[in-house]
Design a protein. Structure first.
Length: 183
C-alpha cells in the first residue's frame, strides 16, 4: 500500500479534529492530547519521519494537568499543513472550502462514501471514548480496538466485519455493542 494511502485516514482525522478544536485558553481533557500524540506516533511509524516537534507541552496543575488551547490548534494546524505539503500538495488545500477528501476520478463513488462513513464512525468512537464517562472498561477496550483497526477498513463490509470480530473476541453481545456506541 502506498504511503499516501496509509497516511490519508490520519490526515483526514486531523482535519476533522481541527474543525472541532475547542476555542478555549486551556484544555484539561488528557484524552484529547493523548490521542493527538498517538496519531503523531502512528505518523512517525508509517513515514519513518519525526513529527515529534508537533507534540504538545503538558503543564502540571495538581490533579488536573492541561495544555494551552492555542498551542493545540497551532500544532494541529502545523501538522496538517506539513502533511499536505509533503504528501497531498497536488490536491485542494485543507480548509480552502473545497471538499476535505479528494478522491481520484478512477475511484468509485462507493469508496468516497466509505471514507466519509469511516471518518464519521471515528468521530462517533471519539465522542463515546472522551465524552461518555459511564462506559465500562470492556466497552472502552472494545471501542479502542475498533479505533485502532479503522485505518485498515476500506468498506462498510470491512467495518461491520471488524465490529463483529472484536465483539466476538471480547465475548460481547449485541446489546453491549449497541450500548458502547450510545445506541
Amino acid at each position: 500500500m502506498a504511503i499516501n494511502d496509509q497516511i490519508r485516514p490520519l490526515y483526514g482525522e486531523l482535519i476533522g479534529y481541527m474543525a472541532q478544536a475547542p476555542n478555549a485558553p486551556y484544555m484539561r481533557d488528557s484524552g484529547l492530547w493523548e490521542h493527538f500524540h498517538g496519531l503523531i506516533d502512528q505518523l512517525n511509524k508509517i513515514t519513518a519521519n519525526d513529527f515529534s516537534r508537533f507534540r504538545l507541552s503538558i503543564h502540571p496543575d495538581g490533579d488536573s494537568p492541561y495544555v494551552r488551547g492555542n498551542e493545540y490548534r497551532s500544532n494541529l494546524n502545523g501538522l496538517i499543513m506539513n502533511l499536505y505539503s509533503t504528501y497531498f500538495s497536488s490536491e485542494n488545500p485543507p480548509f480552502s472550502g473545497s471538499p476535505q477528501t479528494v478522491v481520484n476520478q478512477t475511484q468509485s463513488q462507493n469508496q468516497e462514501v466509505s471514507i466519509t462513513m469511516i471518518m464519521e464512525f471515528q468521530s462517533l468512537i471519539d465522542k463515546q471514548l472522551y465524552g461518555n464517562q459511564s462506559l465500562s472498561k470492556e466497552q472502552k477496550t472494545f471501542l479502542e480496538i475498533i479505533k485502532e483497526n479503522l485505518p485498515s477498513v476500506k468498506t462498510a463490509v470491512d467495518l461491520v466485519s471488524t465490529i463483529i470480530s472484536v465483539a466476538k473476541t471480547l465475548g460481547m453481545n449485541i446489546d453491549q455493542v449497541k450500548n458502547s456506541f450510545g445506541v
